[in-house]
Design a protein around this ligand. Sequence first.
Ligand SMILES: [Mg+2]
Length: 329
Amino acid sequence: MADVGEHALIARVRDRVPPAPGWVAVGLGDDAAVIVPERNALEVVTTDALVEGVHFDRAFTPPSAIGHRALAVNLSDLAAMGAAPRAALLSLVLPPGLPLADFEAMVDGFMALAAAHGVALIGGNITRSPGPLIVDVTAIGTARPRRVLTRSGARPGDEIWVSGDIGSAAAGLQSLAAGACEGGRMAACESAFLEPQPRVRLGTLLGRNRAASSCVDLSDGLADGLHQLADASSVGLEVESAAVPVTAEARSWFEGRGLDPVTAALTGGDDYELLFTVRPKGRSRFETARRQARGLRLTRIGTVRREPGLNLMRGGIAGPVPAGYVHFQ
Ligand SMILES: [Mg+2]
């Protein structure tokens, strides 16, 4: 890739971008993008970078998965706010040794997820890196006024819910890093790590239906999400250990390594599920959202308490919720 100039690389990105929707007044190729705001909507904006050696290892992360993940983590943040994604900006900081085919596969992975969620790539930047590969994304979404979800709305008595499975991505990362030859047995966990599916539809349904009193996405694991939600809402949380949804595949992976499966699932990162609370009074609105989110597993894992502190209940005995995930160094 060292022989290919920045302009040639930008051309390869532009070749992969479909025609812009009508609300993009000025798209790729100018000094900045210009977009027409959606009527009666709030703009929700987020940014997140993936850094080689911190968030992924190129030895076992295919380039298409790096592109996918870079957008997925941002769409997950928008989903946690109840926002529907609309546009993204992509900034690539590339080491000279990166093969051109890897660069193209990375952009393809990004664009495939963008297409799946109707996200327009409206701008970006390409720079050389003297060190690691960095993929930095900014995502823009919209939500109706008074339909935005935040971390701070949980109140005592609310139910605590989580989407999908917890710990699969952590087990998948461990399996990939170990180069474990499990005969495909870990395939679901590995793809949970490599190509997480941001809960875009669930987030917008929870927002539009005013079905959740608070919401956070689990980028750094369930334990971290619980701490964040409790801090932001100034409440305590009680979580039933046996209710935490861990797949049989992840459970047996953790047990095979002498780890307690629920602790490993709670402290593992990269789940990109939604953790949210539901008011008992808002239960019928939640059931509406739940019906519309058809097929996605939603599990009640506990209750919000007035008394501060996080308790993990095991057989009626309260223990602490472990601290959150620390990215591998
Ligand atoms: Mg987040």
